[in-house]
Design a protein around this ligand. Structure first.
Ligand SMILES: Cc1cc2nc3c(=O)[nH]c(=O)nc-3n(C[C@H](O)[C@H](O)[C@H](O)COP(=O)(O)O)c2cc1C
Length: 300
């Protein structure tokens, strides 16, 4: 079940998706956290952030829309309050970061680089770039290149870049971040969406627009992972609507070296270990010796 992604050695390919697993302690009484392949924590910014006003989550057909607004405790409180628990665990701790300016990404990375207990950085580039009039870093190849180059200059730790699906050609952005020095690509983040209450004629979430996640987005995510896998030389982490071992295996066959589980944690907080067991059982049943033998084996 072992896999190496961009310098991160994982005991299995199953990780937790940022923002759906808190800072891991929240799930300590549901699962054995030490069984996870990797833990990715809620997106962190330089300063604590309170996020958007409620309602911030609404359930939709086969998924949910969220507009949490990246509420988090900020990097310093994360290091002093959350990391002591996390660093005692077996799985590598990967910190997800975001900023509104390139300089914020640079500062966050420099801070993280000094912290030995953090194994790697996942860079969320789906955020609005204040200097570019609020357009997300991750929808423009040049902006994506620049922000990842800035991060790369600050650290030798593995850098995972998390791509936004809200683009016309995902491979263009993947190529740009690979050229900027990314070690690994994770995809996808949520798909821009909305829902309306017809009685009040108001949006179901206060921010009007949010991000769609869950089973509804799996086919889109799978298509994007496959497209990027055709072009990219660096490992890919598949994310989007993974609810079962079968879903995870689809991503691995499409070319992902590892996967993240997000919305499924809200439905079944024990799902990650069930997925690990399910993948292992599938490999055994198929007579496949090692997980890496199934990665990218899609026949077309
Ligand atoms: C409530 C919620 C909060 C999220 N917060 C973050 C975040 O802070 N940073 C980030 O990069 N992605 C965040 N995401 C996106 C997930 O990590 C994941 O990419 C997305 O939900 C798709 O996977 P899923 O369908 O398995 O949930 C969040 C998703 C949800 C549902």
């Amino acid at each position: 079940m072992k896999v190496n992604i961009g310098g991160l050695a994982l005991q299995n390919p199953v990780m937790t998706a940022s923002g759906t697993f808190g800072y891991a302690r929240e799930f300590d009484h549901f699962i054995d956290l030490n069984r996870l392949g990797g833990i990715i924590v809620k997106g962190l910014s330089l300063m604590p952030t309170s996020g958007n006003p409620p309602p911030r989550i609404v359930e939709t057909a086969c998924g949910m829309i969220n507009a949490i607004g990246l509420e988090n405790v900020g990097i310093e409180r994360f290091i002093t309050e959350k990391l002591p628990f996390l660093q005692e665990l077996v799985p590598p701790v990967i910190v997800n970061i975001y900023g509104k300016l390139e300089a914020e990404y640079r500062q966050l990375t420099a801070r993280i680089h000094d912290v030995a207990a953090i194994a790697g950085i996942e860079v969320n580039i789906s955020c609005p770039n204040v200097k570019a009039g609020g357009m997300a870093f991750g929808v423009d190849p040049r902006a994506a290149f620049r922000v990842i180059r800035a991060v790369r200059e600050q650290t030798t730790k593995p850098v995972i870049v998390k791509l936004s699906p809200n683009v016309t050609d995902i491979t263009e952005i993947a190529t740009a971040v690979e050229e900027a020095g990314a070690d690994c690509i994770s995809l996808i983040n949520t798909i821009t969406a909305m829902a309306i209450d017809i009685d009040t004629r108001r949006p179901k979430i206060a921010n009007i627009i949010g991000g769609l996640s869950g089973p509804a987005i799996k086919p889109v995510a799978l298509r994007m992972v496959w497209q990027v896998a055709q072009k990219s030389k660096i490992p890919i982490i598949g994310i989007g609507g993974i609810m079962s071992a079968e879903d995870a295996l689809e991503f691995l066959i499409a070319g992902a070296s590892a996967i993240q589980v997000g919305t499924a944690n809200f439905v079944n907080p024990g799902i990650t270990t069930e997925i690990i067991d399910g993948i292992e059982a599938f490999l055994t049943a198929q007579g496949i010796d090692k997980l890496t033998d199934i990665i990218g084996t899609l026949e077309t």
